[in-house]
Every structure is written in structure tokens, then in C-alpha cells.
Ligand binder design. Structure first.
Ligand SMILES: O=C(O)C(=O)C[C@@H](O)[C@H](O)CO
Ligand SMILES: [Mg+2]
Length: 382
């Protein structure tokens, strides 16, 4: 079998899909994207395409190593997202060629279902109580919300109290009938993370995500030493070589690699195994589209330390298209009582509505995250 063509499609709301075609008529789909830099990743995919066109798609490992090591420079969000999408599509092809879901090629099911969680509250956590009530009615009992709005490098107690009050209201309203992660979203400085985490302890969030920016990863162990709350991070780490340092230093209870940013199934499978060796859970990051989610599920069903799966149904970023819009059969993502069941179809397990993808790609928006500024005008972390 030979790879004959790679086609990319930028799509609402902020996604990028790619399709790899072969000379035997089997095609695979991937979702290489950095939210807000879709055009840059698209250019990277087409630069890397010359390494895979004409090659045998079955040699996923060799193609992955070629893409990672072949250009001297490596790593980072753009190149690793491009590799991620190509890798996802190669696994999709291999599974389709052999007539099995990808997880069967990685040793088969390690569990019968994986718990999903949903976002509530948007960029500025508001209406979270109403959001949780609505999602509970369709079976979710685990949620994630932004832990705070923009927070100063040194912030006053009123802002800290406001952030804590949102969490206190959740616990008052639902007790421990639900669980929720708090995403600090990299908005909090290391000094203020210490303050905010201490004040949040009594409300026992399930985890604190990105308590500091990935470039401050050395604080994970220091923050973990002061709190009993599990610390999670990983969406802005892009290969096992980044994860190895934080796993060795300790501090993370949950790693959250994104299968569309951290090298795809091939790389995240290795990251999951590394995490398991340190008794660290994996909860793949996935605020993205259906191919990204399908890739996550293939990993969730072979990694024993997978504990939670993010998915983007109803997420505040999905303006203009929703998670299930571009697949032919929403049943491909079978959910029961807040859990995903194993995919059943060959490959990644989702059938893409190619006609709709082509149509919607004709005028895809250039999504950008907002640029936040503090009251004094300095740039704040979004
Ligand atoms: O889902 C999460 O945990 C996030 O932090 C969302 C963030 O990754 C945005 O997708 C960036 O645009
Ligand atoms: Mg996050």
C-alpha cells in the first residue's frame, strides 16, 4: 500500500482535519490543530507531507520517527500537532485495512467504558449551577470549569474570594453528588496558585488543572507538596520528552496530553505507559473535534491508568459547529450514563461526512482566543 495524497480542511468552529489517501482506496482521517493557529499547522502538515507521500502507511513507527527526527528541529505545538494528525490518520488506515478498531492493535480492551466529563461556565465561570443541572439530566456527573478569571501576578483577596465562592456554590448546590475539575488555564502565577489552592482545599475539587503555565512546570512538585488536591497538566506539553521531566520531578497526579498536539496515538500511548510507571493517571485533553476524540478513546481503552475523557459537546468554544456535526453517525460515540462505550468500527471508529467537510471548509473562520489585559493594560493570560 502507498500513500498517494494528503488533503487538509480548516473547519468551523476552529478545527483542522486531514485526509490521507492510499493507492488501495483506503483513506484515513486525522485532526492536526493548534486552536488559533490552524493555518500554521496546516502549512506544517503540507511541509511534512513530502516525507509520507509514496510511503507505506502501515509503517507507522518509521513514519513517526521520520517526521519527528527527520527535520533536525523537533517538538513544540505546531510540528507535534501536524505529526499528531498524520499519525491519527495512519492508525485509521491500518485499522480499516485489518478490519478492527485501533485498540485491538494495541492489545485490546482494558476496560468496558470510560467516564466522560463536560465543561460548564465558559471563559468566565458563570451560570455553572444551571449548566451542571442541565448536563446531569443527560447523565454527566463530572465537570470542568475555569477556576478563575484573569488573576494578577499578586492578586487581592476579593478576587481570590470570588473564585472560591463559585466553587463553594457548586458544593452547596450538589454536595458530593457530582465532581468537578478546576482549570486554572495557566492564568495563575506560581505565588497566587499557592494562595488559591489553599483556599480551595475545603471544597475538594477533583483536580486542579494547569495550576501554573507549562513553562513553570517545576512548580508542580512544590504545589503538590502543599496540597492534598490532585494536580493535573499536560495540554501544553508536546512529547514524552517533556512529560518525562515532570514525571521524574513528581507533583502531577494526572497527565493530560492532547492527542492532536502531543504526537498522536503513537506518542500518547508511550506517555500513558510512562505515567503508569509513576502511578500517575492519564485524562486525555480534548476540547476539539470528533477525530481527536475518537483518537483519545482508542487510547482510553488500552491504558489502564486512563481515568477521565474530556469531550467538547456544548463547550463554549464550539461556535458555528458542534462535536457531532461532521460525522455520519452520532452513534459512533456511544454514551451511557456519562460513560463512553468502546468504539466498534474499524480504524478510529468514526465515519466522516466528507461532503459536509468539503462544503464547510470553503469559508472556515480564523478562530482566535481573546486577548485579555489587566486593568493596568498589561497582557493577562487567557
Ligand atoms: O479544554 C481545556 O482543558 C482547555 O484548557 C481549553 C483550551 O485548551 C482551549 O482549547 C485553548 O484554545
Ligand atoms: Mg485546560
Amino acid at each position: 500500500m502507498k500513500i498517494t495524497r494528503i488533503t487538509t480542511y480548516r473547519l468551523p468552529p476552529r478545527w483542522l482535519f486531514l485526509k490521507i489517501e492510499t493507492d488501495e482506496g483506503i483513506a484515513g482521517w486525522g485532526e492536526p490543530v493548534i486552536e488559533g493557529r490552524a493555518r500554521t499547522v496546516e502549512a506544517a502538515v503540507h511541509e511534512l507531507a513530502e516525507y509520507v507521500i509514496g510511503q507505506n502507511p502501515e509503517r507507522i513507527n518509521d513514519l513517526w520517527q521520520t517526521l519527528y527526527r527527520g527535520g533536525f528541529y523537533r517538538g513544540g505545538p505546531i510540528l507535534m500537532s501536524a505529526i499528531s494528525g498524520i499519525d491519527q490518520a495512519l492508525w485509521d488506515i491500518k485499522g480499516k485495512a485489518l478490519g478492527v478498531p485501533v485498540y485491538q492493535l494495541l492489545g485490546g480492551l482494558v476496560r468496558d467504558k470510560i467516564k466522560a466529563y463536560s465543561w460548564v461556565g465558559g471563559d468566565r465561570p458563570a451560570d455553572v449551577i444551571a449548566g451542571i443541572k442541565t448536563l446531569r439530566e443527560i447523565g454527566f456527573d463530572t465537570f470542568k470549569l475555569n477556576g478563575c478569571e484573569e488573576l494578577g501576578i499578586i492578586e487581592n483577596s476579593r478576587q481570590i474570594d470570588a473564585a472560591v465562592a463559585t466553587v463553594a456554590h457548586i458544593r452547596e448546590a450538589f454536595g458530593n453528588g457530582i465532581e468537578f475539575g478546576l482549570d486554572f488555564h495557566g492564568r495563575v502565577s506560581a505565588p497566587m496558585a499557592r494562595v488559591l489552592i489553599k483556599e480551595l482545599e475545603p471544597h475538594r475539587p477533583l483536580f486542579i488543572e494547569e495550576p501554573v503555565l507549562a513553562e513553570q512546570a517545576e512548580y508542580y512538585a512544590r504545589l503538590a507538596a502543599q496540597t492534598h488536591l490532585p494536580i493535573a497538566a499536560g495540554e501544553r506539553m508536546f512529547s514524552r520528552f517533556e512529560f518525562k521531566r515532570v514525571l521524574a520531578e513528581g507533583g502531577l497526579a494526572i497527565v493530560q496530553p492532547d492527542l492532536s498536539h502531543a504526537g498522536g496515538i503513537t506518542e500518547c500511548y508511550k506517555i500513558a505507559a510512562m505515567a503508569e510507571a509513576y502511578d500517575v493517571a492519564i485524562a486525555p485533553h480534548c476540547p476539539l473535534g470528533p477525530i481527536a476524540l475518537a483518537s483519545c478513546l482508542q487510547l482510553d481503552f488500552v491504558a489502564r491508568n486512563a481515568v477521565l475523557q474530556e469531550q467538547s459537546m456544548g463547550i463554549h468554544y464550539n461556535k458555528g459547529a458542534e462535536l457531532l456535526d461532521y460525522i455520519l453517525n452520532p452513534e459512533d460515540f456511544k454514551m451511557e450514563g456519562g460513560y463512553f462505550k468502546p468504539p466498534v468500527k474499524p480504524g478510529l471508529g468514526v465515519e466522516i461526512n466528507e461532503a459536509l467537510v468539503i462544503e464547510r471548509s470553503k469559508n472556515a473562520p480564523d478562530w482566535r482566543n481573546p486577548l485579555w489585559r489587566y486593568p493596568d493594560g498589561a497582557v493577562a493570560e487567557w
